[in-house]
Ligand binder design. Structure first.
Ligand code: FAD
Length: 457
């Protein structure tokens, strides 16, 4: 396992718990922070920590639980509870030095061997290209060579393993947003308020040590043209899109240095002879939906299952790993498209804004908006014509004045609206208003079974 953070360590832990021999290599040492992360962890990952017996340890660090996500955007003023993943309806934003340390220690406790300060530079291969091991160097310069049945790249977005095996990228898009963030003391923030306006996106959430992480994202091209560094642009941007929050921020104290980051968007082929990729090494997306850790733990779960099948002989390894990639993509692709769409920070058209505003006043839809972000409501389900028809014909629907929404309500509201023709047309009208997400939904397969949001009554 090359890389021992939120993708590598859980994969190693799950395999070691099933009796496999796992060597976990990382050029970093632990505990340590990962410089590129705002570390919000959504309910599906918290559910996995609970299932793995690690949630109590996280709770014991004093990291505050988060129960609601919000969004202020024009008339939209959302703050709604998180739909649960299984029975877990809570998020946390632990510092990476806290979370990754819990994960890496759990892998070691399960029997994995951890070697820190080892940088993997090459792969050992057979003449037919099958990967059979790694070659790297310790911090002191000693060459390390190890052989393995499978080498897993859990080494992040710029994965050396992916590069060496030539893993191909697909659904790729360039970096969309770039952000500044830091940690503030003396700022009371409960849950997750966010603000979207003027092609900017601001966010805040509580973390360990009574600190609050506060950040602001700009479109990548706008970020390059900013007239100064974080000290010059951060507060003025808050003044512009969240003035009340900006006033509170002025009274708070920045406790740490400014951080900045962005990443490209892509899926990579996740396996080949003797190798597999997990976490950001295999799938990277814009941080605006704060979902990389949630995605990494899910993929770790899927990969460990596939590797166990392959290593134990229950299925041929190639078949098990192909299934891993299919499961990963089916679970992640809808959220990937939602994230890439959100990260355009395009102005919402008036009818979409009015629809989102109405959604904040319907209990199920408000939670659904939180769940789109938290990965407990699928975009296919939320924007399905059934869900939209419930919104349009419910008490909130009566308030909708935009002609497009009234036309849609007329189309799908009455008995005639239950015909396949009306529903198909209505769905196309909805998709047509949702930007890049709509184009995906037009061709999307049905919602995958990983979605854990409760169905509306
Ligand atoms: C600006 C920004 C904000 C983000 N905010 C959030 C957020 O709020 N919530 C969220 O869920 N996700 C967030 N993410 C994404 C999240 O950080 C990643 O998805 C997550 O860290 C992926 O975990 P990983 O284990 O795959 O990779 P990483 O966390 O990148 O870990 C890779 C490990 O591999 C090691 N490694 C790399 N190369 C080698 C090598 N050659 N040899 C040995 N070891 C190696 C590294 O030292 C590292 O420890 C954010 C990302 C960015 C860029």
């Amino acid at each position: 396992m090359v890389g021992a953070r939120c993708a590598g360590s859980p994969t190693a832990m799950l395999l070691a718990r099933r009796g496999h021999r796992v060597l976990l290599l990382d050029r970093a040492t632990f505990p340590s922070d990962s410089p590129l992360s705002t570390h919000l962890v959504h309910p599906p990952a918290i559910m996995r920590l609970k299932r793995w017996g690690l949630l109590d340890e996280l709770r014991a660090t004093g990291c505050p639980p988060i129960h609601e996500y919000g969004l202020e955007c024009g008339p939209v003023d959302l703050m709604a509870p998180l739909p649960p993943a299984d029975d877990v309806d809570v998020a946390y934003a632990p510092r990476r030095r806290v979370l990754d340390d819990i994960l890496v220690r759990a892998a070691v406790a399960a029997g994995a061997e951890l070697r820190e300060g080892v940088s993997v530079q090459e792969l050992l291969t057979e003449p037919d290209g099958t990967v059979v091991g790694v070659r790297g160097r310790t911090k002191e310069g000693t060459v390390v060579e190890e052989r393995a049945t499978v080498v897993v790249g859990a080494d992040g977005t710029r994965s050396r393993v992916a590069q060496l095996v030539g893993a191909t990228e697909y659904h790729a898009r360039p970096p969309l947003l770039t952000s500044y963030w830091s940690y503030f003391a003396g700022l009371a923030v409960k849950d997750v308020p966010t603000f979207r306006a003027n092609h900017k996106y601001a966010f805040a959430w509580p973390t360990n040590d009574n600190l609050v992480l506060v950040g602001m994202a700009w479109r990548a091209a706008d970020f390059k043209r900013l007239p100064g560094g974080a000290d010059e642009v951060f507060l003025p941007a808050f003044d512009e899109i969240a003035p009340a929050f900006a006033a509170r921020l002025r009274d708070a104290e920045r406790a740490e240095r400014w951080m900045s980051g962005s990443v490209p968007n892509f899926f990579r082929t996740a396996h080949g002879p003797g190798w597999a990729l997990v976490g950001d090494a295999g799938y990277s997306r814009d941080p605006c939906t704060a979902s990389g850790i949630t995605e990494a733990t899910r993929a770790a779960d899927f990969l460990a299952e596939a590797l166990h099948d392959g290593l134990s002989g229950a299925r041929p390894m190639a078949e098990a790993l192909a299934d891993y990639q299919r499961r990963r993509d089916a679970a992640s692709r809808p959220f990937y498209e939602y994230t890439c769409d959100f990260a355009t920070l395009d102005d919402y058209p008036a009818d979409v804004l009015q629809l989102l505003d109405a959604a904040t006043r319907s209990e199920w839809h408000a939670a659904g908006l939180s769940g789109l972000f938290a990965q407990t409501t699928s975009p296919q389900e939320f924007f399905s014509i059934d869900s939209m028809a419930r919104l349009l014909t419910g008490p909130q629907g009566a308030e909708l004045t935009h002609w497009r929404l009234r036309a849609l309500r007329a189309l799908v509201g009455g008995p005639a609206g239950r015909t396949r023709l009306a529903r198909g047309l209505g769905q196309r009208l909805v998709n047509g208003r949702l930007g890049p997400l709509g184009s995906y939904l037009t061709t999307a397969p049905p919602a995958p079974p990983v979605v854990t949001a409760p169905t509306p009554s």
